[in-house]
Design a protein around this ligand. Structure first.
Ligand SMILES: *Cc1c(COP(=O)(O)O)cnc(C)c1O
Length: 414
């Protein structure tokens, strides 16, 4: 396996001054395989056919690091990017990123000059934002806008009946470029959802009613691409806005299996302490768990302060010493404990202080497992990996399953 480490820095956009360990000394590390990102981008683009993939890299690229992920997606030929908020777009531009960047969230009128300054596309979700755009835009500081229509998500957007007139008004305004018309599905993750089809029908009616030129018409997210497919992106010059699949996942394992995706992130934590305890020894806050027999207990340097959900307590396992072992007792803010079993048997005999346990990733539990243990969705697990966890960006050049060697055996630099 060729494992190249070429990006060590903490990459969360708003936390660069936060104290954090270097990767070498950190008790917990999120390893992100940029080769997997490039692979997934290629798979998505192939499935999207004539449409262009818009790589959704909001929330620090779902926790993977927005700048390195944008760079990897760019290397894979992606030209469109989506973020949620203005500072996320500025963060990319300040790193020299050249692609088209759409801010999907609603803009504040006072921010409009910055959209022009940083050449960021903005979302128009209402008639009053459209009016602000018309007031602010000028041929010397043009604004590129994507009008969004609420066809059933109930979040942002114009009512379908109002969209055509707003589009015409924007098209006529000097300095305004109509870059897009889009909508967002509420239920596309559910195969066969009739509501998603209703939303698509409503959107088609809007598209047909608009009689001005627009650069891109887009509706598909990962769910739309995977469950409904072509009808969600067969518009002229369409885009497929994909986030979760870029990171190798979907809402469910069944959905992600519809494409040849590779999960990009692995979360590992070090064994920081080891002990053998007699039967009846309580472990962690609340003393809710007691050793049922003499057993070997490993303390890991990861907790809910790192984004490993406390709600996994009582359900979770980790991969350690070549086996799956349960986390026992309550997960703490910075640590949790693992039962390695009888002290003189494997896996206990194979585990030393400083060894890595896989919380999720290749050869370990999956992100889906962690999401299920904590009663949430994989998105929240990925985004939840906290800024104090160093991100280590690598390139596993060989075929999947990638990332099977422990972090500390990686060659330095690269
Ligand atoms: C987050 C988001 C996406 C990406 O969704 P995935 O399910 O991760 O593909 C697409 N469009 C909009 C408007 C979003 O907010």
């Amino acid at each position: 396996m060729r494992l190249l480490v070429y990006f060590h820095a903490q990459s969360f956009p708003f936390a660069i001054d936060r104290p954090t360990h270097t990767v070498e000394e950190a008790p917990v590390t999120a390893t992100v395989d940029l080769a997997a990102i490039r692979h997934n981008a290629g798979v998505l683009q192939e499935r999207a056919g004539e449409a262009d993939v818009m790589a959704i890299i909001k929330a620090d690229a779902y926790g993977h690091g927005a700048r390195p992920v944008a760079r990897a997606a760019c290397e894979a030929g992606i030209r469109h990017y989506g973020v949620a908020r203005l500072p996320e777009g500025i963060h990319l531009r300040e790193a020299g990123h050249k692609g088209r960047i759409l801010v999907l969230g609603a803009p504040a009128p006072a921010q409009l000059p910055q959209y022009a300054e940083y050449n960021l596309d903005l979302t128009v979700p209402s008639a009053d934002i459209a009016a602000a755009v018309v007031r602010h835009a000028s041929p010397t500081a043009p604004l590129r806008v994507h009008v969004t229509v609420d066809t059933g998500m109930g979040r942002l957007g114009l009512a379908p009946d109002d969209a055509p007139a707003v589009m015409t008004r924007l098209a006529d305004a000097p300095g305004v470029r109509l870059a897009g018309l889009w909508t967002h599905f509420a239920t596309a993750d559910a195969p066969g959802s009739s509501f998603a089809k209703t939303q698509l029908d409503r959107f088609r009616e809007v598209v047909d009613a608009v009689d001005v030129d627009v650069e891109h018409v887009h509706a598909a997210n990962t769910g739309g691409l995977l469950t409904i497919g072509t009808p969600t992106y067969e518009f002229d010059a369409s885009l497929v806005r994909s986030g979760i699949a870029l990171y190798g996942l979907a809402a469910t394992p069944e959905l992600s299996a519809r494409l040849d995706l590779r999960p990009a992130m692995r979360l590992t934590a070090r064994v920081t302490h080891l002990k053998t305890v007699p039967a009846g020894t309580p472990i962690s806050y609340g003393a809710t768990w007691e050793a049922p027999r003499r057993t070997r207990i490993a303390t890991l340097g990861v907790g809910y302060g790192d984004g490993y959900p406390r709600r996994c307590s009582g359900h979770a396992s980790v991969r350690i010493g070549g086996a799956l072992c349960p986390i026992v007792g309550t997960i703490c803010m910075d640590m949790c404990m693992v039962d390695l079993g009888p002290p003189d048997e494997a896996p206990a005999t194979r585990v030393d202080r400083g060894d890595d346990a896989v919380l999720f990733g290749p050869a370990g539990p999956t992100v889906y497992d962690v999401a299920q243990w904590s009663d949430t969705i994989p998105y929240e697990i990925l985004c939840g990996v906290s800024p104090r966890v160093p991100r280590r960006h690598v390139n596993c050049e060989d075929e999947a399953p990638a990332l099977s060697s422990p972090a500390r055996t990686a060659p330095p630099g690269g």
